[in-house]
Design a protein. Structure first.
Length: 159
């Protein structure tokens, strides 16, 4: 199920549901994936409540409770505002950015963890990004931003 609590140009519930179903099949994820596209305020509230981090973020993934009787793979929450901002900065559509964030969330639900897996999730995300026709992967983008920040810091330090 997809809920668009905050509308994004070029994104419909049916389009996003089809994409998430396809991404889930590509990673072998079984069960229903619920997606909520909402505000920064709600993402901040979820991030604070479940992860103890008091700031909005672009995407969150939540595994289901183990004792649920339904075939649920998990839930994904996406910030419409961050998606729109990223899309503008990166020169692609809001629809593409939401798909990039949804793919990242699906990979987390499939058990990947980029903070601990020595690049395994980044490689999977890059491979799936190409297969699904997306321009950039979230982890690749974040890694590139970190490298650029380190280069800038080194240049400032060497002056």
């Amino acid at each position: 199920m997809v809920i668009l609590r905050k509308a994004i140009p070029g994104v419909s519930e049916s389009m996003l549901a089809r994409f998430v179903a396809k991404a889930s099949r590509e990673v072998g994820l079984r069960g229903v994936v619920n997606v909520l596209v909402t505000t920064n305020r709600e993402l901040q509230s979820l991030n604070r409540r479940f992860l103890g981090k008091n700031y909005p973020t672009d995407v969150l993934s939540f595994l289901p409770m183990s004792n649920l009787p339904v075939d649920l793979a998990g839930d994904i929450a996406i910030s419409a505002e961050i998606a729109a901002k990223n899309a503008k900065q990166l020169g692609h559509s809001c629809g593409e950015e939401v798909k990039i964030l949804a793919l990242h969330g699906v990979l987390h639900l499939a058990g990947f963890d980029h903070e601990r897996d020595n690049g395994e999730m980044a490689r999977a995300e890059g491979r799936l990004r190409r297969r699904l026709g997306l321009s950039t992967a979230l982890i690749e983008r974040a890694d590139g931003e970190r490298r650029a920040a380190k280069r800038t810091a080194r240049r400032r330090h060497s002056r």
